[in-house]
Ligand binder design. Structure first.
Ligand code: NDP
Length: 247
């Protein structure tokens, strides 16, 4: 999957969970392709570190947007969209990458508060964010791309993956509903990526016995992230795609 260099020149792309893991690598990848990247996440210092990596390569200046997706009110999402509109006018892309793992245990033992937290961050926060960002994507000059992040446990339920697995089914559903609603009525394409096992702190928490060197690093899965964000993928809509070949 070849994507032209500078395929994102002049584009404004929001990446959630941009301070760590796959999100940080995706933000850097988009900046290297010419985009101005808005770095959203909970931990300001981590976002600052991603910002510095982009600065160090003399890439288009990024923006740091500290924001906790675990909101129980809609208003902060509206205010965030307003802030982005005031400063940037529109968005050309959103990578919905932020997520939490929750517990690895049976449903019977699953902690109620952890369940709420996982669903709030992985599902409700994404819905609220997109509800308020869609108008900014409609303002995009040409095409715009929304990418959700799924998982193999969001396609087939797996024991002991609890709220995480259920939240990823919901993510696939959110993507499908949004894709149908936008079909033929807008310049916005909506798709889902399953990154596959990738060397991050979430993967280490999910598989504590695994040696990290046996898991691919995030920069090895970026071809699909770049392709779906760039104009090369115009016409790809409502799909759920794997960033790594199936084992
Ligand atoms: P990490 O745990 O490394 O990163 C998760 C990111 O989400 C962090 O930047 C974190 O930032 C952010 N985040 C978590 N909670 C919130 C919140 N409340 N508000 C805002 N941001 C938040 O995970 P990965 O990089 O591994 O995962 C990225 C995505 O890929 C996730 O959606 C995950 O489910 C999915 N995935 C990952 C796989 C893997 O093997 N790594 C496999 C399949 C899917 P902060 O801590 O500052 O909040």
């Amino acid at each position: 999957m070849e994507t032209a260099p500078n395929s994102l020149t002049g584009r404004i792309i929001l990446v959630t969970g941009a301070g760590y893991g796959i999100g940080r690598t995706a933000a850097l990848t988009y900046a290297r392709a010419g985009a101005t990247v808005l770095l959203l996440g909970r931990t300001q210092e981590a976002l600052n570190d991603t910002y510095d990596l982009i600065e160090a390569e003399n890439l288009p200046q990024a923006a740091v947007l500290p924001f906790d997706l675990e909101q129980h009110d809609e208003e902060p999402f509206r205010q965030l969209a307003e802030l982005i509109e005031e400063n940037f006018g529109h968005l050309d892309g959103v990578l919905l990458n932020a997520g939490v793992l929750g517990q690895r245990t049976t449903l019977e033992n699953y902690d109620w508060n952890t369940w709420q937290k996982v669903m709030q961050i992985n599902v409700n926060g994404q819905f609220a964010l997109m509800k308020h960002l869609l108008p900014l994507l409609r303002n995009a000059s040409n095409d715009a791309s929304v990418i959700f992040t799924s998982s193999s446990v969001g396609r087939e339920g797996r024991a002991y993956w609890g709220a995480y697995s259920v939240s990823k089914f919901a993510t696939e559903g959110l993507m499908q509903v949004m894709a149908q609603e936008l079909e033929n009525t807008s310049n916005i394409r909506v798709n889902c990526i399953n990154p596959g096992g990738t060397r991050t702190s979430m993967r280490a928490a999910a598989y504590p016995a695994e040696h990290p060197s046996n898991v691919p690093e995030a920069d090895t899965i970026m071809a699909l992230y770049l392709h779906l964000m760039s104009p090369a993928s115009i016409g790809t809509h409502g799909q759920t795609l794997d960033a790594q070949p199936k084992k």
